[in-house]
Design a protein around this ligand. Structure first.
Ligand SMILES: [Zn+2]
Ligand SMILES: [Zn+2]
Length: 128
């Protein structure tokens, strides 16, 4: 059944995104999911990633390099990014509290989304 095949693909794509904290690109997800489902197309991967983002199962990140990346970490969190190796790190910081306290300074304004990225050099690149 066609429908069954679709949900199997979607589940595989979802699991790949959830299995990593590297904030992968669609191409990376495609290469990884292909190990399991060899006949899957890149278009199918894109379609399902968009679907999962719409359903808020995963998050889409659009950072400075203009390549969409996907994040399975649904906790409210910020990112810091190494400009040497392009690694995107999750900030270990309760961002929800921060957003709330900032919102209090914006009377009459409802915050619906947020974006904070810090750029720098990571420890690994610093020591090379
Ligand atoms: Zn680095
Ligand atoms: Zn993240």
């Amino acid at each position: 059944m066609v429908k069954e095949r679709y949900s199997k693909q979607r589940e595989a794509i979802f699991n790949v995104v959830m299995s990593t904290d590297t904030h992968p690109t669609a191409e990376w997800v495609y290469e990884t999911v292909r190990e399991e489902l060899s006949s899957i197309s890149l278009g199918t991967v894109y379609r399902n990633l968009n679907y999962l983002v719409r359903k808020r199962k995963i998050r889409e990140l659009n950072l400075a390099d203009d390549v969409a990346r996907y994040d399975g970490n649904k906790a409210t969190h910020f990112h810091y990014i190494c400009t040497e190796c392009n690694t995107i790190y999750d900030m270990d910081y309760e961002a929800g509290d921060f957003i709330e306290s900032v919102s209090e300074r914006l009377p009459g304004f409802t915050v619906n989304s947020h974006k904070l990225e810090l750029y720098g050099t990571c420890q690994q690149c610093e020591t090379e």
